[in-house]
Design a binder for this molecule. Structure first.
Ligand SMILES: [Zn+2]
Length: 150
């Protein structure tokens, strides 16, 4: 394998896991906003949220279903499986932790920027529990210094 093919391969693998987490995060966000929790989430809803074309969504959903992360009913849409829900929750928790870190420790105010930054790095961080702990610690220190914590 040439160095270039290797790089390309590892990058594809990485971007696959990043984007499936991105899909799960979006599916969970749509699900949380639904009034009827029995409703399936359609390709179109996902495509609109992600700002991409429905056929690319369909292609990706097939992969997620194969990984056992979603239950997919043709013509109805998708639902997260317990495994998918668990991973989606971990991504969203990390997303919130990062946004909090950006606000409290880095004092960033731009909401859109914080959201984009969190989405860009949350995927790498969910496999680094020590880093999550470190983020929590530094948030705690700053809040304590500001008198926000007992
Ligand atoms: Zn995110």
């Amino acid at each position: 394998m040439t160095k270039q093919t290797f790089l390309k391969k590892s990058m594809n693998k990485k971007s696959f896991s990043n984007s499936y987490q991105e899909y799960l995060e979006i599916i969970l966000r749509i699900y949380k906003e639904k009034e009827n929790k029995d409703d399936y989430i359609s390709n179109i809803e996902i495509a609109t949220q992600m700002n991409i074309k429905p056929p690319s969504v369909t292609e990706f959903l097939a992969k997620l279903a194969k990984e056992g992360l979603i239950e997919w009913k043709k013509r109805k849409g998708v639902k997260l499986t317990p495994k998918g829900l668990d991973l989606a929750n971990r991504v969203i928790d990390m997303h919130h932790l990062l946004e909090k870190f950006f606000s409290v420790v880095l004092e960033l105010e731009d909401k859109d920027l914080k959201h984009r930054l969190a989405c860009a790095i949350e995927h790498d961080l969910i496999s680094e529990p020590l880093l999550a702990k470190a983020l929590e610690r530094s948030i705690g220190k700053v809040e304590k210094a500001q008198g926000k914590q007992p």
